[in-house]
Design a protein around this ligand. Structure first.
Ligand SMILES: C[S@@+](CC[C@H](N)C(=O)[O-])C[C@H]1O[C@@H](n2cnc3c(N)ncnc32)[C@H](O)[C@@H]1O
Length: 310
């Protein structure tokens, strides 16, 4: 929380402006006892170094304020803040996720997208190598970063991303314009779990990808997931594949993993769920798991299941 406040208050940006910075410059008019005490607290925590009354980021501070670290932090501090603020009500059944409490969709798509870029775009590209896909559909695409990165790498590729969150789709559209990819990508608000409602453009894909979205359905029970996998089997004709990516936890009290565990428990999203449990769900559906891809990554890593229709 303190690192987040350091960023949110603009202190980080001012600290980064030069090598050693005074508290007055960092706090920019807010140079009070509280502000100075806060900087000292960050020094004691090993985030800042101090020399002759001036500060800079320590090596640990540099790591904690990297783009990926801040995205992981934003995932909990922004996207899931409305959920963790109501934790008591959720565990005592005074509030229900989806009815009384919802996470922030725009922040979720942004932060997931930043993490996706480094942790699994390469892995998906590797999984698709040899297939020469022409059109991709990303279901639960968030801010579209996976599709945009794949299209930027592969000039012959085009695709559509769908997401239930309007804020996420607006982010994705803005990024596709920014990246000059609006002619090869499109983004629509649509339900990933209802293929019969997808637009023609979405349904025309030869490869489907869905990362971190399917586990949401365990809220309605395993049979609900199997029913959707069966519906997807109808879409996967003529050798089309579905790359389903889902986070794997190590089930121990490690940074990232344990918080990741908690926000999913509070929102009834069916995590933790290990690889064996996913394989069992596939076995009970009309989809067959052909291959599994994963890579080492900090925090919860994503495991990809390549699924085809039986
Ligand atoms: C954890 S984020 C992952 C986003 C993106 N795939 C990524 O890897 O960065 C899950 C996404 O699934 C979306 N989502 C949840 N339920 C959905 C549904 N029924 N249809 C479409 N999208 C859905 C959420 O809005 C959110 O953007």
């Amino acid at each position: 929380m303190s690192v987040y406040a350091f960023v949110d208050s603009g202190c980080l940006e001012r600290l980064r402006a030069k090598e050693w910075v005074s508290s007055a410059e960092i706090l920019d008019g807010g140079d009070t006892d509280t502000g100075r005490g806060f900087l000292e607290y960050l020094r004691v925590c090993g985030v800042l170094d101090r020399r002759e009354g001036r500060y800079r980021l320590s090596p640990r501070g540099v790591l904690l304020t990297s783009e990926i670290s801040l995205a992981r932090l934003g995932f909990y501090r922004e996207a899931y803040a409305p959920v963790t603020a109501r934790m008591t009500d959720l565990i005592t059944n005074k509030a229900e996720y989806g009815r009384d409490v919802t996470r922030a969709g725009g922040a979720l798509s942004r932060h997931s997208g930043t993490v996706a870029t480094v942790s699994y775009v390469g892995l998906v590209a590797e999984a698709l190598a040899g297939r020469r896909p022409r059109r991709i559909l990303d279901i639960g695409c968030g801010d579209g970063s996976l599709l945009l990165h794949l299209c930027a790498r592969l000039p012959e590729l085009s695709g559509t991303g769908i997401d239930i969150s309007r804020a996420a789709i607006e982010n994705a559209r803005a990024d596709s314009e920014r990246d000059g990819l609006a002619d090869r990508t499109s983004f629509e608000v649509a339900d990933a779990f209802a293929p019969d409602t997808w637009s023609e453009k979405a349904a025309a894909a030869d490869v489907l990808v869905g990362v971190g979205v399917m586990h949401e359905l365990f809220r309605d029970g395993e049979d609900a997931v199997i029913a959707v996998l069966d519906r997807l089997a109808d879409v996967l004709t003529e050798g089309k594949v579905f790359l389903l990516g889902e986070p794997e936890l190590r089930y121990d009290n490690r940074e990232n993993d344990s918080d990741f565990f908690l926000v999913h428990v509070l929102t009834g999203q069916g995590i933790p769920r290990d690889r064996t449990a996913w394989l069992d769900v596939f076995r009970r559906s009309r989809l067959r798991c052909e291959r599994i891809f994963t890579n080492a990554a900090a925090g919860p890593r994503t495991c990809f299941y390549e699924l085809t229709a039986r």
